[in-house]
Design a protein around this ligand. Sequence first.
Ligand code: PAF
Length: 283
Amino acid sequence: MSRHPRIARTIPTLRRELDSLRARKASIALVPTMGALHDGHISLVRLAKRRADKVVVSIFVNPTQFAPTEDFGSYPRTWNEDVAKLSAERVDLIWHPDAKAMYPDGFATRIVPEGPALAGLEDRFRPHFFGGVATVVAKLFTQCRPDVAIFGEKDYQQLRVVTRMARDLDLGVRVVGCRTVRERDGLAMSSRNVYLSADERHVAPTLHRVLKQIATRLRAGDTMHDAVHDGAVTITEAGFTLDYLEVRHAETLAPLAAGASGPKRILVAAKLGTTRLIDNIAA
Ligand code: PAF
């Protein structure tokens, strides 16, 4: 049975709603989103429900993480469908500020993350991105003061940046990663998949197939160099423009020397037509 979540659009309403959720010392999980919710987001909500008594989902398409050339204006906005999905999941509260509530006139404070934010992956192609993400996520954390916050592993560098920031700034929130949800053919779910044409949609799962091939080859003892080189050829021949395909340290995202031990992550970003896709798996 669905239950319409409470909705807060201003800071005073949010405070009131959170105070009432926190009555009897209930713990709170926050799921930050930009809306256009798909099954990947729903898996974040379900993990949040297992980790805390009450679940707050924020829906805010954050302008500061988009470059002027990117898709802020056309980013899918599906408010009614999102509310219906969150009702079906019995979410307690939706935090849905407008840009003025999040960035009031005269707003002049920005977080500039380092460490994993400067790993030379997404930051190389979207230099504005992690400053925008870190600033809005720090605000979401201080606004909602959750015990736990859930982020998808699909945006793996973002997960590492936010985890580091929460620790570095003593934000008092435990950041938890949630496994990527995939379509049946392996394509990672993303709000931007709606941009793919039918032909591109057919080709898109190549990225996940290549990631799995690289992981298999590394486990079999192939060199990182050869496995990544062949993967890059496959991706390019399939019609993508490759931004990066790399094996990195899974926590710091530092580059790895040949034969390095420790947890590894294989990460890819590539453009298919005008749509930029990212994906990653553990090696
Ligand atoms: O991953 C996202 O949807 C966004 O980057 C986030 C974390 C909600 C910040 O705007």
